[in-house]
Write a new protein. Sequence first.
Length: 429
Amino acid sequence: MVIILVGGQWGDEGKGKVIDYLAAKADMVIRSQGGNNAGHTVITEDGEFKFQLIPSGILYPQCTCVIGNGVVVDPIVLLKEITQLRERGIEPKNLIVSERAHMVMRYHPLFDQLEEEVRGDDRLGTTWRGIGPAYADKVRRIGFRIGDLQKEGFMRKKLAFVVDQVKNPILTKLYGGEPYDWESMVGEYMGYAKQLDPYIKDTFPLIQEALDRKANILLEGAQATMLDLDFGTYPYVTSSNPSAGGALTGSGIPPTKVDLTIGVFKAYTSRVGYGPFPSELTDDVGDQIRERGHEFGTVTGRPRRIGWFDAAVARYSCRLNGVSVAALMRLDILDDQPLLKICTGYRFRGQVHDHPLANISHYKHCEPMYDEMPGWQSEIGAAKCWDDLPAQCRDYIERVGELIATPIELVGTGPRRDQFVTRGRKLFD
């Protein structure tokens, strides 16, 4: 069985916990796009684990974890994550890195920062991790793939060209910076090559073999639909396609093999950085939710913007990704709210819209329309089944499911692995 898991809002929906839940029965978990600009947090009996590149399924030794061809990999960050796992007694023998995955090179974060600074007030709010420049080089066909680490002569020749003929002229003449020494860079990357060599493989035959034996495969999405390069709030988006289609191209799995797409949503909405956010709360309620939910970026530590649940965004995500099952996470963060609102659509220039407008200049001026519901004002963290949830909580979940036209099968009631309420459907046999 093949399951795609996608974020249905602007990220930080709680995908790491859902991935961890599903990975317990998965044979393979594949990270298919993005880089170390996204993070997943998993809380187990052994404590908190934060992942930026390594798939969350790494905590299950029976599960093969693949960093797919669509990911851009910073070898420094990947080696750091491997070291952190070893320090906690976990040897990542089940980790594989696609030789087709592109690398975030030493110069990419610097160019990311310089380009943001030049934008001034029009900056995008990137994480300065070099993800955008790495994807740009991939498209320009001057990028380096992980498999290139196994070819020292090729690395030497190509680095000489890319650094001396492309990067240094821009760095010195446009930005007034110091040039890079490509020869010292060769030695640096050959050091990474030695350490990463055991993990680098051609993932195509491995994934095809898993499909042939009908293994349980989970495609782990990073970021979310509203950050999609094509269908998100462009240009305030990421540099890849964190949609169901992107999961396929970033892993090498054909669409005919997909059995189920799960959309993960937070019970409210958050986003990091700039861009339109119609249901945003800029009052005390937003501050309360941010503090209770510890809404600060896993990677950057930046405070997240907070808003009411936006059903128009969630419905759009479900339609775009072919979501047939939804997970609604972090319900417990709303435990103490007496009144809840759900954005059902928008008004703009006298017209009602049931989906995010493509033109962000229009979208940012939309007026949200709300349903109001009473809160449950009690703790739900101990709930083990549907009937354990307060009636008002169940009503809220049911209303969200109605508005997004997708059944909610998983409900997150707290940060721990065991704080899940399910509706009975078996997602992996």
